[in-house]
Design a binder for this molecule. Sequence first.
Ligand code: SAM
Length: 244
Amino acid sequence: MSNDFPWDLLAWQPNSQQLQQLQELQLLLRHWNQQLNLTRLVEGPDYWIGQVFDSLWPLQPWLTGELSGATCAQKFSVVDVGTGGGFPGLAIAIALPNAQLTLVDSVGRKLEAVGAMAKELGLGERLSLRCERAEKSGRERSCRGQFQLAVARAVAPAAVVAEYLVPLLAPNGTALLYRGQWSAANQAELIEIARQLKAEAGEPRAIELPEGKGQRHVIPLTPVAACPTTYPRAVGIPAKQPLR
Ligand code: SAM
């Protein structure tokens, strides 16, 4: 599958080392999936489209160097909240070689597997793992306001994810909300939620995944001022009482 991967749709291609790392990541996922139920997207197009492509397409402006990250030499820090089996975080770490990744998940055994995979892939030095709730990361001095890019895929409804991600953003940072279907009503709600977090919701981008794997949207959030210190609220509250 890696041979007929639709790289042209990404306007970016991995170099030979990155391609090898993506292939090796598939083998590692197979291995760890026998012990832990990390993901069902491991084989063929499920992996190459459902994991690799789906993780990377929202990053196109960073992959192509249109936005800083792919080309700039300074530290480019990325946080993946609710990384689970390591996506989109590990794919981003492979694709953006100057990025420092922080992967957050509250489930320790998943993070242990992700850490072991990262080490095998030679990504260990650029990766830090935080086994904690996102609400806690957002209040830690070492995380709050620190990241140029914050991503979350398949973690919670958009309102909840926005409350997890925006407090983590540096003043020039961007949060990317990975979503499936997205309507004008969803966008109107998100604009209001972002306003409470002192952020702005940008135009959604849409893509039809190859191999009939469905429609995806990504919505960027950017800070317009410092996020109020009341956010994120205490552990569990964002999911129980989502902003609206
Ligand atoms: N992002 C991965 C992906 O797209 O394959 C994993 C998605 S999995 C369905 C959701 C993950 O988010 C789980 O591993 C769960 O433990 C984590 N999660 C959900 N809420 C969280 C929170 N508040 N703090 C940290 N992790 C959270």
